[in-house]
Ligand binder design. Structure first.
Ligand SMILES: NC(=O)C1=CN([C@@H]2O[C@H](COP(=O)(O)OP(=O)(O)OC[C@H]3O[C@@H](n4cnc5c(N)ncnc54)[C@H](OP(=O)(O)O)[C@@H]3O)[C@@H](O)[C@H]2O)C=CC1
Ligand SMILES: CCCCC/C=C\CC(=O)/C=C/C=C/C=C/[C@@H](O)CCCC(=O)O
Length: 335
């Protein structure tokens, strides 16, 4: 009988998540029955969406939500034979008995020299979010100028790279000089540290004096208020995330964008990556093809072992994220 280690959300987050929000619990798993598989987690994902999602979708005492790459170690389900690798919404746990619901096999020809951790990053949900935001929401065209914030993150870094592949001019913001250097390495035309600039407005204007055709919005709040007036007439904004507001205990208020949106005739559309799930198999192949065409393109490791920022491990960019070490100790310090 297998014993799973699970991380349980003991208390809903108030402000920034803390170690004390979680408790390690052991769970005896039953033997898999007909149609079931036993999974062993290899890579675990931590994404910003878990903060707002957990608040509305979870009860205290439940295993923390999250996606993982897992290996099938026992199977009575022909769709998932022993040894195959899957992506599944199993939550923060080492082992899972699953009837196959919500499991997706990794691309059958996943190359040996590409870490499967990318199935949680560039060639997984964050990569798909970048692709759909650019193609389905913004309809980004060659020659256009794109702004993306949280640009060194799992989504933003792919947004910038795909936009460059499409022949666009890309401006990205991030919160450290190390991340700015990383964005330059990825081929961003302009990158700046929003925490140290004297004037966000000035730096956005200097980076794109004629304004922005498209804005891939990950941050919300103050950044958004300053960026929206920098759009060109008929500019398009894809609202992917609002990470600067997820830990707020009191909602942020204005300035509100309505007047700028009217005068500049802007389009702003929120989206969730799941809207285009039917396109995922083909889209994942496209992301993998880009990754294979040029080793630097989309070459960001999602996570190694169970360390959970989306850069390489150890992360040289000082991301403040959750991490869970190989002994399954959870921590919210920098990784
Ligand atoms: N709509 C959808 O379907 C999806 C939306 N998302 C959203 O996309 C966004 C990016 O996600 P992802 O790339 O996975 O995230 P990552 O965890 O990879 O990166 C997040 C980065 O956001 C920046 N950030 C954090 N707090 C703040 C803040 N208060 N103000 C400004 N920036 C901040 C930090 O970078 P820095 O140091 O540069 O500030 C941080 O590293 C999130 O908003 C997420 O919710 C993600 C997946 C799907
Ligand atoms: C309920 C409030 C939602 C607010 C939206 C917040 C942020 C946007 C965002 O980050 C959306 C992310 C979507 C991620 C989807 C992930 C799926 O692949 C799996 C999620 C299901 C799960 O983990 O159980």
């Amino acid at each position: 009988m297998v014993q799973a280690k699970t991380w349980v959300l003991t208390r809903h987050f108030e402000g920034f998540p803390k170690d004390s929000n979680f408790e390690l619990k052991l769970e005896q798993l039953p033997e898999p029955k007909d149609g079931e598989v036993l999974l062993e987690a290899l890579f675990l994902s931590v994404d910003p969406y878990m903060r707002p999602f957990s608040r509305v979708r979870m009860k205290e005492g439940e295993v923390m939500i999250g996606t993982q790459v897992a290996k099938v170690i026992q199977s009575i389900n022909p769709a998932f034979p022993v040894g195959c690798h899957v992506v599944g919404r199993c939550g923060w746990r080492t082992h899972t008995v699953s009837d196959g619901t919500g499991l997706t096999c990794l691309l059958s020809d996943w190359p040996q020299d590409v870490s499967m951790s990318l199935a949680l990053g560039a060639i997984g949900m964050p990569g798909l979010t970048a692709l759909y935001g650019l193609e389905e929401v913004l309809g980004l065209q060659a020659g256009e100028t794109l702004l993306v914030n949280a640009a060194a993150g799992a989504v933003g870094s792919i947004v910038g790279q795909i936009a460059k592949i499409k022949g666009c001019r890309v401006v990205g913001s991030s919160g450290s000089n190390g991340k700015v250097a990383f964005l330059k390495e990825l081929g961003f035309d302009e990158a700046f540290n929003y925490k140290t600039v004297n004037s966000l407005e000035e730096v956005l204007m200097t980076a794109a004096p004629d304004g922005y055709d498209c804005f891939f919005e990950n941050v919300g709040g103050l950044f958004s208020s300053v960026a929206i007036p920098q759009m060109k007439e008929f500019g398009r904004i894809a609202v992917c995330g609002s990470i600067s507001t997820y830990n707020d205990t009191n909602p942020q208020t204005g300035p509100y964008p309505h007047l700028t949106m009217i005068f500049k005739q802007l389009k702003m559309e929120g989206f969730m990556v799941g809207r285009w799930e039917h396109k995922n198999p083909e889209s994942l192949r496209r992301l993998m093809a880009w990754k294979r065409e040029a080793s630097t393109v989309l070459g960001i490791k999602a996570s190694l072992g169970l360390s959970l920022c989306h850069h390489s491990t150890p992360c040289s960019l000082s991301c403040t994220q959750f991490s869970i070490d190989m002994e399954w100790n959870v921590s919210t310090k920098q990784v």
